[in-house]
Design a protein around this ligand. Structure first.
Ligand code: ACO
Length: 324
């Protein structure tokens, strides 16, 4: 017997304002055709009044309700984000306050860019398996529109805002790959790639957040290799083969990256979840958003074996295998 983290609740939240490629073509020199064919993105949601904490709180509330638990049952809250409300305290602390979470239960942010949700899931799963906590809320939420240079067509067409959340709960499992819940996780980083994807500022350098800068070609190449490697490592650690999986949920950055990863992993098209067409790249929110939305619309079902794989600034990357 061993303790597993079962995913008992899913939630997501998207700001109501939708920005289409045609809208963008009125802001910078671009076209729906260019964005669609180079990235696969058709539209994205953009926060108006909502801050990251509001998006995170709404996603978490939906997940808690969906899990059928009370906020008072939550022992840990982790929020993966690079777009915090304040530099300090953590945005997780603000979400904990707004949710009226139990005083004493830990809450913190994780900064691992687009891999943030997989990093956060790894931390929460490890704490559950160690017996330190029973119930965790893990959120990925972003307002990337606030750190995008809206005059730079190389980057502004790629990103969107939103959030997703899951509730994890400790459950006795057999300890083999037939268990439900998180079956494996893996996380990685390569700091030598730091300058290839970053904001142009920060607290200790420029005293402002800066805007997104990206070496698109380097990111593209590294993303294909690292997303494939993380998925393969997670499957190996879980003791499952690619033929057994029902779904791959890759970080939603670019359809051509996803297509290359799918080919490398030799998976059929109908096993890959795509949501970037209507979300854009929402960084740490991308995977939990795709997960929750596809649970809600009935595509993902109880018992499905799902592989998550993410890559982002740092560079960071990581994967997980989950049986729903
Ligand atoms: N509209 C029209 N033209 C554009 C736009 C735009 N929005 N953006 C760039 N161009 C132009 C460029 O200026 C360039 O023009 P030039 O040839 O006259 O210099 C031309 O299009 C081709 O540019 P490339 O950079 O070669 O285009 P590429 O096919 O490589 O696509 C892209 C660019 C989409 C950014 C690609 O490199 C990519 O997907 N990289 C991965 C980056 C990514 O997804 N980042 C997300 C964050 S990281 C993550 O989440 C993992």
């Amino acid at each position: 017997m061993s303790i597993r983290s079962e995913i008992i609740g899913f939630g997501h939240y998207l700001p109501s304002k939708v920005l289409t490629n045609d809208d963008l073509s009125n802001m910078v020199e671009t076209s729906d055709e260019w964005i669609r064919t180079r990235t696969g993105i058709l539209s994205r949601h953009i926060a108006q009044d909502e801050t990251t904490s509001v998006i995170a709180e709404n996603a978490a509330l939906m997940a808690i309700k969906n899990a059928g638990i009370s906020v008072q049952d939550v022992d840990l809250l982790i929020l993966a984000t690079v777009t915090t409300d304040n530099t300090t305290p953590s945005t997780a602390a603000k979400v904990a306050r707004n949710l009226n979470m139990r005083a004493g239960a830990p809450a913190f942010d994780i900064s691992a860019a687009c891999s943030g949700f997989v990093y956060a899931l790894t931390m929460a799963d490890n704490m559950i398996r160690l017996g330190q906590i029973k119930t965790a809320v893990v959120i990925g939420a972003e307002t990337l529109s606030k750190i995008v240079d809206w005059t730079d067509r190389n980057t502004c067409v790629l990103f969107g805002d939103g959030g997703g959340a899951v509730v994890l709960r400790a459950k006795e499992g057999k300890g083999d790959n037939t268990d439900t819940g998180v079956l494996s996780t893996c996380i990685f980083a390569d700091g030598s790639m730091y300058d290839n994807l970053k904001t142009t500022g920060g607290v200790s350098t420029t005293q402002n957040a800066g805007v997104v800068f990206m070496n698109g070609k380097e990111v593209f190449k590294y993303a294909v290799g690292s997303l494939s490697q993380a998925a393969e490592t997670a499957m190996k650690n879980a003791g499952i083969s690619k033929d057994e999986i029902n779904w791959l949920i890759p970080h939603q950055a670019n359809i051509r990256i996803i297509e290359s990863v799918r080919e490398k992993l030799d998976l059929p098209e109908n096993k890959v979840i795509i949501s970037l067409d209507h979300h854009g790249n929402t960084s740490a929110a991308s995977i939990p958003l795709a997960l929750s939305e596809n649970i809600a619309n009935g595509v993902l079902k109880k018992g499905d074996l799902v592989v998550l794989t993410a890559m982002g600034a740092g560079f960071t990357w990581g994967g997980a295998v989950v049986r729903l």
